[in-house]
Design a protein around this ligand. Structure first.
Ligand SMILES: [Fe+2]
Length: 377
């Protein structure tokens, strides 16, 4: 336990609890440490904290439209680097048809999030079908390849030097959010056996970011069986049953799906809005002051963000306040619909992320202005 310099105080006009019954006409901002787990203060402002008129300097909220990355790559090692640091690498991969080689990541576990398309994964452990909305965790060192039925677009999240784990479920227990029984593993089935054979296969291995190729005179995906507690797993977002409260807007940390060293992966899945008259219905303004935040928008309508479409990414580096866009803010206490159908993947990184070299036109350079109202884009 950290011995924080931490003791609750209240000053001026303040609500008694977070995210509910705000003083009339005020905007709540959470200033928090440790990604919503550490000491925090809820401040009541007279103006929206995103009401800036000018912004100068390298720090700024950024947004990228990955649908404009249209080039397919036969290997995940040719995917486009979007954001990364020493602990996590986020890449966007478009692939079609069948890979003619195997790959193996020697740098860390890989989490594949299938944004579009469907296909078959073949790996050391057997055969696994995949479709849009699937997460596939590939333990470091797994050999794999895909055969696509339709063009696939995927977000690749590498836990560099570490492993993907499940988060602590705490009070709600091990079967909340998703029951681990819903995790599917590859099977040694007829399709897996049918792809085995005595022809040459290349394995392209990534280690320390550099590639090496090992060639076999047979398909090394030749297992006849296995036993153990290490295997790739598949989880579809449709099987996530998110935590929610009708009286309290839960923080993003309640939606944590996987954790790794120095970053977490959260999933925002369809859920009803809060119904309590005094409860906040949209994300509160916040400084998540120890984390850089990335959200990849997969499907549905993103209730807290104006002008954001599936396939886009927003990047909120540590150091400034952010929160709902103007239209969403108007709906903060009176949502037009009873529920949100959004599906989004969030990556919160403990260390500063660098943006990859992206082609012109991928970045929405006006994003910083998008809190000003209708004219953001
Ligand atoms: Fe945030």
């Amino acid at each position: 336990m950290k011995n924080w310099i931490s003791f609750p105080r209240a000053e001026g006009v303040a609500s008694r609890q977070a995210h509910a019954d705000l003083p009339p006409g005020t905007y709540e901002r959470e200033l928090g440490k440790e990604g919503f787990f550490g000491p925090a203060t809820h401040m009541h402002h007279a103006h929206p904290p995103t009401g800036w008129t000018e912004w100068d300097g390298p720090l700024r909220p950024r947004a990228f439209d990955l649908t404009k990355l249209d080039g397919a790559a036969a290997s995940p090692w040719d995917a486009v680097a979007v954001l990364g640091n020493a602990s996590v690498a986020l890449r966007f991969w478009r692939v079609g048809g069948a890979m003619d080689h195997l790959v193996r990541n020697g740098d860390g576990d890989e989490l594949v999030f299938v944004h579009e398309g469907a296909g078959e994964l073949y790996c050391d452990y057997g055969h696994l079908s995949f479709r849009a909305g699937d997460y596939i965790v590939l333990p470091r060192g797994t050999m794999w390849r895909v055969e696509c039925h339709e063009p696939v677009a995927a977000l690749l999240i590498e836990a560099t030097g570490s492993s993907f784990l499940l988060p602590e479920r705490g009070l709600v227990g091990a079967h909340a959010v998703f029951d681990p029984a819903v995790l599917d593993t590859p099977r040694i089935d007829d399709a897996f056996k049918a792809q085995q054979g005595e022809t040459d296969w290349r394995v392209v291995i990534k280690r320390r970011g550099r590639l090496s190729t090992v060639t076999y005179p047979f398909n090394p995906l030749d297992a006849v069986g296995w036993h153990g507690d290490l295997a790739p797993v598949r989880l579809n977002v449709a099987d996530i049953r998110p935590l929610m409260s009708h009286r309290y807007h839960l923080p993003p940390s309640a939606h944590t799906t996987f954790v790794a060293d120095r970053f977490v992966v959260c999933t925002f899945a369809p859920r009803p809005f809060e119904t309590d008259p005094g409860a906040l219905k949209v994300p509160f303004f916040h400084n998540n002051d120890d984390y850089d935040e990335v959200i990849f928008y997969h499907a549905g309508e993103f209730f807290s963000r104006d002008n954001i479409k599936p396939g886009m990414v927003t990047f909120h580096p540590c150091g400034f306040t952010h929160g709902p866009h103007p239209k969403a803010l108007q709906a903060a206490l009176k949502p037009k619909r009873p529920a949100t159908d959004e599906v989004a993947v969030m990556v919160d990184a403990r260390d500063a992320l660098d943006v990859g070299k992206l082609p012109d036109g991928v970045e929405w350079t006006g994003y910083v202005e998008s809190w000003k109202g209708e004219g953001g884009r």
